[in-house]
Structures are given as structure tokens and as C-alpha cells.
Design a protein around this ligand. Structure first.
Ligand SMILES: [Mn+2]
Length: 315
């Protein structure tokens, strides 16, 4: 399964580990777990992560990440949780300077890149695949590695609640727990802690909420201007669809927000009765059955009506 990847790692000295921009818990967990494992193998290894939310700073090693790849020539780039190389947190030039690239991902729509690929959209998180990779490398899982893998798996499974959580996911989590992971703190800090500004954003999202089909569909929109006014950034303004979905009777929740680059991001969440990734793919995006998204082009009112019609037809 990973024989070729293990050979590539064994043949490499200088290694950079990278995930997508605006890293989430899974991106951070999978990259740092891999980083710690490669360090144990005596590799010259770095994590490139130019920006991340301060809520991840309590996790081991996060502050040691670097902003960019300085080397003109290096042996290996390992990319995790990133379905498309243009979304990686390195420039195209930095990417091309790698002698070899390993890609590890779990998204439904992946544009495969690199010399070795391990893509499994049945896996709930990239961190779960990183666990298999680390085992294949023959590295003993210590507390730091376990902490990062646990944080990643917990994040992308919605605390082990999404449909793609498998018996294997729980078996891996159990093994990680045995390594002394502080799972109470990880869950509290990543799931149950927010800035006051975020609470105000939720209030705004509720204020702007529209309901369709007797509440089966809930929609809300927040402009980038409003996000900036609250002092939040792109990453911190995510997650509103989860709150809308939590309302009893909701089948699909839709959250549209303005982003710093001027585009509109659509995030959808379902209770699992319809496959949102199909809708997202039709609109040029991707994701998972219960969580998917895309970039909205054109007039927001026209595009919103189009989306609500498509979702309504699938319900
Ligand atoms: Mn992920």
C-alpha cells in the first residue's frame, strides 16, 4: 500500500510537509503527525504553514512551522488533506522545486498530483490515512504524534459522529488514547471554545437566516464587510451552517459568506439523507456527503435561488 512511499521517504533527506491554506484541524493534525514521525526517523523535516488560527497553538509543534520553503532544491514534499496542488500553502515554484511529491488525501473530488498518491474518499480524515502511513514507516506512535492524529480525526469526524466514521476510526482513536492523549482538552479547545466575536457572528447568521420548505432548508448569508467589522478572518468565519443544521427539522443548511479575496464561499451541511457532494460537484466544488461546498459565481440572489431549487428537488 505504502511501499513506494516508504521507499521515497527512505531515499530522501530534506523533506517539507504541507497542507492546504486556511488549515483546519485535520490539515494540522495530519501534517504535524507526519512531521513528528519523520523527525523520529532522523530526517531534516519542516512543516510549511504560513498562517493558521491561534486556537491551534496549544497543539505540540505548531509554533515551529515555517512560512515558506527557502531551499531551491529539496528531496521531498509531502502534501496532506489537499485535493488540488493549487490549494497547497506553498507557491507553484516552491512546489516544483521538490524532487518528489507524495500526495495523501481523502476528498471525493481530487485532482491527483505528485509521484505517489494515496487517495481514499471512504476515509473520514487525512489524519486516519497519515496514521497508516506512519505505521508503514515503522515509527512508534508517541504522545505528540498521537495528539496530532487524534486532533485531526476528531475534527473531521465531528467528534466521531459523521457517517464516514468507521469501526477502524474508533479503533485507531482508542490506540491513540492509550498513548496518553489529552482528549478532553482537545475536544474543548477545538469544539467548545470560541471568541466573543464568533458568538456575535452566530447572532448575525441567525438574524439573516431564511427558511424554505417548512424549515427543511435553512439559508444564511454574511458579507465579508460584516466579518471584518467583527474583527474575524476567513477561517474564523466558517461553521455557521453547523448551527443552522442543528435546528430540529432541518435537512440541509446553507451558509454563504464573502471572502477576503472577493469571492463567495458556499458551505452546505446535511443530516445525511442527501449527498451534498453531488450538488457541490455540479456547481464546480466538492466535499463529502454531509459537508460540501463551492465558490459561487455571478449574482448572489440568482445563484441562491438556483441552489435552493436544486436542493429542494433532491429532498
Ligand atoms: Mn480533511
Amino acid at each position: 500500500m505504502f511501499e513506494e512511499a516508504v521507499k521515497i521517504v527512505n531515499d530522501s533527506k530534506s523533506i517539507y510537509v504541507v497542507a492546504h491554506v486556511n488549515p483546519d484541524g485535520d490539515a494540522i493534525g495530519s501534517t504535524f503527525a507526519t512531521y513528528f514521525a519523520l523527525k523520529k526517523l532522523g530526517k531534516e523535516v519542516y512543516v510549511v504553514m504560513p498562517s493558521y488560527s491561534s486556537r491551534f497553538e496549544f497543539l505540540p509543534g505548531v509554533k515551529d512551522s515555517i512560512d515558506k520553503i527557502e531551499k531551491k532544491n529539496y528531496d521531498l514534499l509531502i502534501a496532506l488533506d489537499s485535493s488540488d496542488y493549487t490549494r497547497l500553502a506553498v507557491s507553484e515554484e516552491e512546489y516544483k522545486n521538490a524532487k518528489k511529491v507524495i500526495m495523501i488525501d481523502h476528498h471525493k473530488i481530487s485532482r491527483p498530483y505528485g509521484d505517489f498518491r494515496y487517495i481514499d474518499d471512504k476515509k473520514a480524515s487525512a489524519s486516519e490515512i497519515a496514521y497508516l502511513f506512519i505505521k508503514a514507516l515503522g515509527v512508534e506512535i508517541d504522545k505528540d504524534i498521537a495528539t496530532m492524529l487524534y486532533a485531526g480525526i476528531m475534527s473531521d469526524t465531528g467528534c466521531f459522529s459523521y457517517a464516514d466514521t468507521s469501526p477502524d476510526t474508533l479503533r485507531i482513536a482508542a490506540e491513540l488514547m492509550e498513548k496518553g492523549v489529552n482528549f478532553v482538552e482537545i475536544c474543548q479547545r477545538l469544539n467548545d471554545t470560541m471568541k466573543e466575536e464568533k458568538l456575535k457572528l452566530i447572532a448575525k447568521a441567525v438574524d439573516n437566516m431564511e427558511t424554505y420548505m417548512d424549515g427543511k432548508i435553512r439559508y444564511t448569508y454574511i458579507s465579508y464587510e460584516d466579518i471584518v467589522k467583527l474583527g474575524l478572518n476567513d477561517e474564523e468565519s466558517e461553521g455557521m451552517a453547523n448551527y443552522l443544521r442543528a435546528v430540529d427539522g432541518t435537512e440541509v443548511a446553507i451558509y454563504v459568506r464573502g471572502k477576503s479575496d472577493g469571492t463567495l464561499k458556499v458551505s452546505m451541511r446535511s443530516r445525511g439523507n442527501i449527498d451534498l457532494s453531488k450538488i457541490a460537484i455540479a456547481f464546480g466544488g466538492g466535499g463529502h456527503p454531509q459537508a460540501a461546498g463551492y465558490t459561487m459565481n455571478g449574482d448572489i440572489e440568482v445563484e441562491k435561488d438556483k441552489l435552493i431549487k436544486v436542493v429542494g428537488e433532491m429532498l
